[in-house]
Design a protein around this ligand. Structure first.
Ligand code: NAD
Length: 302
């Protein structure tokens, strides 16, 4: 009987954080100021508060300066705009992250989340969500890539490096994806769409699936790489998944019993010869580590 090989995102993220910390130490040893991340948190969304706290903690571990600007949920459109403009102009701020989702009262037909994200200066847009930076991702010439897709690519490269835990993060080679077939399930601006372009730019043959796709279980057939980012548990199982496939589960779903699970029917893979990320402990830690990496890249760009 075979077992799946677990792709340990917690381990890889730790390696990545170490690499980022070394870079910041080098910067600070030259008597230069540390890179700085500013996070804007609007309202009382409990999950957002936890995400922001985790980001502050990781920034501290990397010696990155971080500041969280907390705005009440009834903040006006103008106040939020002004907060973003001030951070754009602040010479000491290298990276700006607007934590989503925004409270409903800020959203209207004319001003959705995309509008507020578009106000961030592209040179400080740490998650690549402005149209300018999305264009750069589109043509493959961006200096930074969105945090979650970047973390997914790192996990794929790590897997193709035989999950060699002895090498440093910077020694992990970009895998040759020419001739590899990839299926991405989910077409969000945050994950699925940029990831499809990033894999395409790496010469993979990419298939996209989404909520209107029929027969998902058939589409998984023969794919070398499968990435799911939907927010729906048990989206598909191991049936038709080819031996040796790499499965990256971006989804985070809280079940009624409080358990966190991904999009994949994880149990069904327990006798499958494949590589698979767990939830939690897969993509989540890599997203935060990639955020820290992007802060330092933006600092260096400026
Ligand atoms: P989203 O809601 O913006 O997009 C979901 C996508 O899934 C849509 O494109 C939709 O078409 C597709 N979809 C929905 N139901 C489907 C179905 N039955 N079959 C096929 N496709 C379907 O979500 P998002 O922001 O991309 O996030 C997706 C999931 O990933 C969520 O669970 C989110 O919490 C998680 N997430 C995790 C991380 C991380 O760091 N681990 C980061 C971002 C998002």
């Amino acid at each position: 009987m075979t077992n799946p090989t677990i792709i340990d995102g917690t381990f890889l993220a730790m390696k990545k954080i170490e690499a980022v910390r070394e870079q910041v130490e080098k910067i600070c040893s030259q008597s230069l100021r540390a890179p700085k991340l500013a996070v804007i948190l609007v309202g009382d969304n409990e999950a957002s508060k936890i995400y922001v706290r985790n980001k502050e903690k990781k920034a501290k571990e990397c010696f990155i300066d971080s500041e969280t600007i907390i705005l009440p949920s009834d903040v006006s459109k103008e106040e939020l705009e002004e907060t973003i403009f001030k951070l754009n102009l602040d010479e000491k701020v290298d990276a700006i992250l607007l934590q989503l989702p925004l409270p409903q009262n800020l959203i209207s037909d004319s001003f959705d989340e995309k509008y507020f994200l578009s106000l961030i200066s592209p040179s400080k847009d740490v998650d690549c969500l402005t149209s300018f930076n999305q264009g750069m991702v589109f043509n493959g010439s961006s200096s930074i890539y969105p945090c979650t897709p970047q973390g997914v690519l790192n996990l794929i490269d790590f897997t193709y490096s035989d999950l060699d835990t002895s090498i440093s993060f910077d020694s992990i080679k970009s895998a040759n994806l020419a001739g590899k077939s990839a299926l991405i399930v989910g077409r969000s601006l945050l994950v699925g769409k940029p990831l499809s372009l990033m894999l395409l730019n790496r010469n993979a043959t990419v298939t996209m699936a989404h909520s209107k796709t029929q027969n998902l279980q058939d589409l998984v057939k023969d794919k070398d790489i499968i990435v799911t980012a939907t927010g729906y548990p048990k989206l598909f199982n191991s049936q038709n998944v080819k031996d040796g496939a790499i499965l990256i589960d971006v989804g985070i779903n809280k079940l009624e019993n409080g358990k966190l699970v991904g999009d994949l029917d994880f149990e069904s893979f327990k006798n499958k010869d494949c590589y698979i990320t767990p939830v939690p402990g897969g993509v989540g830690p890599m997203t935060i580590a990639s955020l820290m990496e992007n802060v330092v890249k933006l600092y260096k760009n400026r």
